[in-house]
Write a protein that binds this ligand. Structure first.
Ligand code: ZN
Length: 252
């Protein structure tokens, strides 16, 4: 059987038979892959580490007739910090699910891989997941070809100057205050949120340390970006339910 080597992140996994798992990876070189990790549920398995959620690894797999088979793995970064904290876990699972839904098997998206890896590192090193997550979404949306319109009203094309605007997932962007009254699926969106979201669109790790948007602005951005993605990925994302379960309120 031909073998290949890739750098990969674990997006999802499920049990197969008594001791195996089918793992869905995002591989930098090959896009999404479903690979069988035989015996990986046995405590002694050398492959087990490469089947944990969010793990970043280098792996060798053999091309199978139906499913590819994991033969070797080496952990690059385990992202334990994302699995041990409920809030980070929820956000990391959400980002993984977005990628899983947005990318087809064997369709490489190296930029998206790098973006997901950066978001995982940012969250693990203590950056606010409520800032990392919408940053990932707005940047991923651009990479996937559905960048939200933030410059002019998506309905009347006038500049967005008022303090209160609206975001329409079906129209794919912001609306001026007058158009917001008329459209059906409008989410509240302030001028302040627009300013921050435009910065997030190109933000790198260092910028996230500088930006400290108030909680109501982070909320507006998070909700608008979730709805934007949901619209493009058509079916609802399961992890968002988990994401919105009540949790202790984070410090401002
Ligand atoms: Zn308008």
């Amino acid at each position: 059987m031909p073998v290949y080597k890739v750098s990969a992140i674990v997006l999802r996994r499920r049990n197969l038979g008594e001791a195996d798992k089918i793992v869905t990876y995002l591989a930098r070189e090959r896009g999404k892959l479903s690979i069988v990790a035989k015996g990986s549920r046995k405590p002694t398995s050398r492959l087990a580490a490469a089947t944990e959620l969010f793990v970043y690894c280098r792996l060798v797999a053999a091309t199978g007739r139906n499913l590819d088979v994991l033969t070797q793995s080496e952990t690059r970064h385990p992202f334990l910090g994302l699995r041990e904290d409920l809030n980070r876990f929820a956000h990391a699972a959400y980002l993984s699910e977005i990628v899983d839904r947005a990318v087809e098997e064997h369709d490489p998206h190296p930029d998206l891989f790098d973006l997901l890896l950066a978001a995982f590192y940012q969250m693990e090193s203590g950056r606010d997941p409520e800032l990392v997550s919408p940053t990932f979404i707005v940047q991923a949306a651009s990479l996937l070809g559905y960048q939200p319109e933030l410059e002019t009203c998506v309905r009347c094309a006038r500049p967005l100057e008022e303090p209160q605007l609206g975001f329409s997932p079906t129209l794919g962007g912001l609306l001026c205050s007058a158009c917001s009254q008329a459209a059906p699926d409008i989410l509240p969106f302030s001028q302040g949120a627009r300013v921050v979201l435009r910065q997030l669109r190109t933000a790198e790790t260092a910028d996230l340390d500088r930006l400290r948007p108030p909680r109501n602005i982070r909320r507006q951005i998070q909700e608008a970006m979730e709805a934007h993605l949901k619209h493009h990925l058509s079916t609802g994302l399961k992890s968002t339910d988990f994401l919105h379960r009540p949790r202790p309120v984070a410090q401002e």
